[in-house]
Structure formats: structure tokens, C-alpha cells
Design a protein around this ligand. Structure first.
Ligand SMILES: Cc1ncc(COP(=O)(O)O)c(C=O)c1O
Length: 387
């Protein structure tokens, strides 16, 4: 052991500003699949997963191999200067797996916030309108525009104003907080009367399952109503699937559960097993609205991250082939609401749809016992938990 967790944390606070805080003072020495080991040799189940990123586990051998192979060839040319085949291949795959039948195109950027910003740029270029509507409790990033879209003050917005104009918020439907779908839609209608005409609205952005807002799934009825509203007024519907994408809630993208096809989709986090790449995928006519050179950036679509993403897609595709069979192995029902700890930001999130499916199979699992009996579960369901 070089230094203890406490010693490293002390060093960190001397040189890294408190704004970039860390949830746990557990310094990682190495990580593999669903587990990590700290510098003191302690072993953990990693429910953090780098904020919902490592959907295929830490250092999956296929991802590691793909990255090594790419680094041996070249690590950067900038896709906007000298492009490369793997970026085209990744775009082809993302366009194919995105929900809905419309012809689609993609762009690559580096972070989730950039993907959101680019959606707003594309929607504004397409519509020639200014307004963007987001929802209370929604999280869309930490840059100036995405902070403005985020519907949560502390710690994301306070101290950081002023924010860009023409951003509006409406209540997100959460039955347990007495906000019905009807009430949310009524509030939107009110917004159109009081703050901005629907003909001035470029986009509505929504997370199909709020993360920072407290893990609330948007009811299908609500997503369908948003689709209709957008169609009625020529508004671009943006699905922020940054946290819900790439199998995190069961299907490849959460919007698939509703059958609603968004106009633009943000993709990041789970896309490349931890390598920094993000994308916007959307309907071709909308995506092509900005002029050449108006989108992108130096590192967007890094070849190393593209290689990792292609490997991740292969792994998920493979895992999904016998997904039902693997689910069948589980004979308990998951009550994730009864967790002995705060489930927000934990990868238990990815168990939620499985829980739903298991309930329909009338099986019994108590997640508390999953945690307590981790060793047994890991043995029994190794291939379900670790891709
Ligand atoms: C739904 C959603 N949108 C946007 C973002 C911002 O992504 P990034 O942190 O990569 O900028 C996040 C990150 O947590 C997110 O969960």
C-alpha cells in the first residue's frame, strides 16, 4: 500500500477544489466487472459504476482488447480533420439501434452535457425558434446552458448565474408527489399562455427516467402526450437518454418502453464502458439543419473511444441474445424500494426493469438479501450480473 484512503483524501483536498467533490473517500487500486478494490486492499461491490457508466463492468476484456488495438494504430486525428472508419461504423450502429423507424444521423462529442447542448443547437437551427422547455428535477449537465436546463438548484445552479434566457421549466409527473400527468400537461399549457408561445419553442427535453430528480420514470401516457404536443406545434422532442441508455433500464433505450420516437436522442455514459464519448442521434432532416463545421469539436468521436463503444455494443448485443434465459435463472423478486441505503446514483437502477419483469413472473427476491448474500448471488448469477 502506498498511502491509505485517508491520507490520499487529505492530499486531494489540498490540490483539487471542493467543487469537484467525491462521494466516497475510497481510492481505487483496481476494478474488475462489478467489483473494485481500494488502495488498502478492501474489496467492494461497485454500485457507483462511475455514475451509471460501466454497464458492461469494469475493464471488460473485449473493451480492453479493442482499445489496445486502436491505440497501437493511432489515437487521434480529429474526426473533423482526417476521419476514420470506426467512427462511421459506430454512427451506423447507433443510428440502427436508436428507437423509431425514421432515417437518422449522428454526431459525436465528448461529454453528456455537450450532447445536450448540441441538441439545443440543432433544434434551434432546425426550427429557427428560441425557447427550450425542461422539467423540474431534471438533470442535463454542468455547462452554462445545461445547468440552466437542469431543474435542481443545489448544488448545480446556486452561485453560478446568470443563466441563458429562453429556458422554461414545467413539473415532471410524479404520482407519489401528487403531480399527475394531467397536472404536468396543464402546467405546460399554462406555460404556453403565460411565458412563451408554443410557436416560439424549439424543443422540449425530457429524461424518460429522472436520475438526479430521484429515479422517477415518466409514465408512458406522459411521453405519448409530449410527442403529440411536439407534433402539434412543430417542437423538437429531445430524449435525454444519457443515464438510461445502453441497457441500463433493460431495453437498449428507455424510450422503447413507451413506443414513442423522439426527434433527437442524447447518448453518453454507458456507450463506451468509461471512455469519454457522447453522441446525438436524431432524424436526418433535423440533424442536418446546422451548417458544416457548426457541430463537433477536437475530441468528439475519439478513435479510442469509438473502438471501446463498438466493443460495448457487441457485448450488450451478445448478452441480450439469451437475456430472457438468464433472467429466468433468478427466482426471487426484487424490492429495490426497500434498500438499506439510498438507491439514488447506484447501479441498482439497472435492476429496476428486471424487477418489473420478475414481478410479472411472480417470483420472490428481496434485494436486501441480495446485498447480504452477495457471494451466493454472484456465484449463481455470475453471467447476469457480470456481462
Ligand atoms: C440525464 C443526464 N443528462 C446529462 C448529463 C451530463 O453528462 P456529463 O456529466 O457527461 O456531462 C448527465 C450526467 O449525469 C445525465 O445523467
Amino acid at each position: 500500500m502506498t498511502q491509505s484512503n485517508a491520507q490520499l483524501q487529505q492530499r486531494k483536498t489540498q490540490v483539487i477544489a471542493r467543487g469537484q467533490g467525491n462521494v466516497y473517500p475510497v481510492y481505487v487500486e483496481h476494478a474488475k466487472n462489478a467489483e473494485l478494490w481500494d488502495v488498502e486492499g478492501k474489496r467492494y461491490i461497485d454500485f457507483g459504476t462511475g455514475i451509471a457508466v460501466c454497464n458492461t463492468g469494469h475493464s471488460h476484456p473485449k473493451v480492453v482488447a479493442a482499445v489496445k488495438e486502436q491505440v497501437d494504430k493511432f489515437s487521434h486525428t480529429c474526426v473533423m480533420v482526417n476521419p476514420y472508419e470506426i467512427a462511421v461504423e459506430l454512427a451506423e450502429k447507433l443510428v440502427a439501434i436508436a428507437p423509431g423507424d425514421s432515417a437518422k444521423k449522428a454526431i459525436f462529442v465528448s461529454t453528456g452535457a455537450e450532447a445536450v447542448e448540441n441538441c439545443v443547437k440543432i433544434a434551434r437551427a432546425h426550427t429557427g425558434r428560441r425557447g427550450v422547455i425542461a422539467f423540474n428535477g431534471g438533470f442535463h449537465g454542468r455547462t452554462n446552458l445545461t445547468m440552466a436546463l437542469t431543474g435542481k438548484i443545489t448544488p448545480y445552479k446556486n452561485l453560478f448565474g446568470p443563466f441563458p434566457s429562453d429556458i422554461f421549466h414545467a413539473p415532471f409527473p410524479i404520482e407519489t408527489h401528487d403531480i399527475s400527468v394531467k397536472a404536468s400537461l396543464k402546467a405546460l399549457d399554462n406555460l404556453f399562455k403565460v411565458d412563451i408561445a408554443p410557436t416560439d419553442v424549439a424543443a422540449i427535453i425530457v429524461e424518460p427516467v429522472q436520475g438526479e430528480g430521484g429515479f422517477y420514470a415518466a409514465p408512458t401516457e406522459f411521453l405519448v402526450a409530449l410527442r403529440n404536443l411536439c407534433d402539434q406545434h412543430g417542437i423538437v422532442l429531445i430524449a435525454d437518454e444519457i443515464q438510461t441508455g445502453f441497457g441500463r433500464t433493460g431495453k437498449m433505450f428507455n424510450f422503447e418502453y413507451s413506443g414513442v420516437e423522439p426527434d433527437l436522442i442524447t447518448m453518453a455514459k454507458g456507450i463506451a464502458g468509461g471512455f469519454p464519448i457522447a453522441a446525438v442521434v436524431g432524424k436526418s432532416d433535423i440533424m442536418d439543419a446546422p451548417l458544416p463545421g457548426g457541430l463537433g469539436g477536437t475530441y468528439g468521436g475519439s478513435p479510442v473511444a469509438c473502438a471501446a463503444a463498438l466493443a460495448v455494443l457487441d457485448i450488450i448485443e451478445e448478452a441480450r441474445k439469451n437475456f430472457d434465459e438468464r433472467l429466468d435463472k433468478i427466482n426471487w423478486e426484487i424490492y429495490y424500494k426497500d434498500l438499506p441505503f439510498n438507491p439514488s446514483a447506484l447501479s441498482l437502477y439497472k435492476w429496476a426493469p428486471i424487477a418489473e419483469e420478475l414481478k410479472t413472473l411472480d417470483r420472490k427476491i428481496v434485494l436486501n438479501s441480495m446485498i447480504l448474500k452477495w457471494d451466493v448471488i454472484k456465484q449463481e448469477f455470475n453471467d447476469l450480473i457480470q456481462f
